[in-house]
Design a protein around this ligand. Structure first.
Ligand code: NAD
Length: 287
């Protein structure tokens, strides 16, 4: 499913598009930016931030309605063009089709943001193999597919580009409650750093962005394995309160992502606690 339209073809007059001016517009104006997991949270905020800089935006998600809404909001925010594509990032065949379609119809992606992800919590001894596969399929394999397919296109074109992978503070902060999620994100962090070394001389930057607690819907997709439904509901409420308490909006992560691309940063811990734990992890005693 694809929907197309620039500011002129969006039907009703857009509600005050943000003028695309300044260094961001200079760098991203007219560029092709593909964001996965763009139907909500950090992904939607990121798609809209690139849109406001005048980029052409491809909003990818498995949630068709949410992706279409993001594409529409992107047009209103000033995107030169915006499309919605419905794809499950963990499905290699579907990602191959997406990569071929994007290259054929929209062009080579200049900035790829591998953001789609799911939460998964619960102690290691209680986490089933099925849950491990679920979280690794989306959080790790989804990023591998995106990096390989769109990274190849960038490399073949020979005009550089940038890949942003959304990891997490959980990538370097061991925790009893997030063994599967943290492992998936640690793998994304190492993949990003390795790929960064590999692609540096092709002028393709790779950044791992590591947010801490961000106020989004991710707690509602989180699972706690090995507990009953009532305990699961209580845990969801506790988590939601904690996220609200920190009150760090996804727009700030989007802002950090655009800055990271402009500066070609390697690893970006976004929130204060993510920065703190990264610092501490560097001083962790060696055993
Ligand atoms: P969210 O649940 O609001 O958004 C995730 C989006 O990804 C949703 O639109 C969902 O439909 C989509 N998605 C999930 N699985 C998919 C799949 N297989 N294929 C395509 N789309 C899929 O959550 P968010 O907080 O915005 O999370 C975005 C990213 O940020 C995730 O990778 C998450 O792990 C990471 N992150 C979030 C936080 C936080 O506190 N919210 C902290 C650190 C890292």
């Amino acid at each position: 499913v694809a929907q197309e339209g620039g500011p002129g073809s969006a039907g009703a007059a857009p509600a005050g598009p943000v003028a695309a001016t300044g260094p961001r517009a200079e760098r991203f104006g007219g560029r092709l930016v593909l964001v996965t997991g763009a139907a909500s949270g950090i992904g939607r905020a990121t798609a809209l931030a690139f849109a406001a800089a005048g980029a052409r935006v491809v909003a990818v998600d498995r949630d068709a309605g949410g992706a279409a809404r993001t594409a529409e909001l992107a047009r209103r925010a000033g995107a030169l063009k915006a499309w919605a594509e419905v794809v499950d990032v963990s499905d290699e065949g579907a990602m191959e089709k997406l990569a071929a379609k994007v290259a054929g119809e929209y062009g080579v992606v200049d900035v790829l943001v591998n953001n789609a992800g799911i939460g998964m919590s619960g102690p290691f001894l209680e986490t089933s193999s099925e849950d491990w596969r679920k979280v690794l399929d989306v959080n790790l394999w989804g990023v591998i597919h995106g990096c390989r397919l769109f990274g190849r296109q960038m490399a073949d074109r020979g005009q550089g580009g940038h890949i942003v992978n959304i990891a997490s503070a959980a990538a370097y902060q061991p925790s009893r409650s997030l063994p599967a999620y943290g492992t998936s994100k640690a793998a994304v962090l190492m993949l990003s750093q390795s790929l960064r070394a590999e692609l540096a001389d092709r002028d393709i930057g790779v950044t791992a962005v590591c947010p801490g607690f961000i106020n989004t819907g991710i707690t509602s997709t989180s699972r706690f394995t090995g507990v009953d439904a009532a305990e699961e509901r209580r845990r969801q409420r506790r988590a939601a309160r904690l996220y609200e308490l920190r009150n760090y909006p996804p727009e700030k992560v989007a802002d950090a992502i655009l800055r990271a691309v402009l500066r070609n940063s390697a690893v970006v811990p976004v929130t204060p606690e993510a920065r703190g734990t990264l610092l501490l992890s560097r001083f962790a005693p060696k055993v």
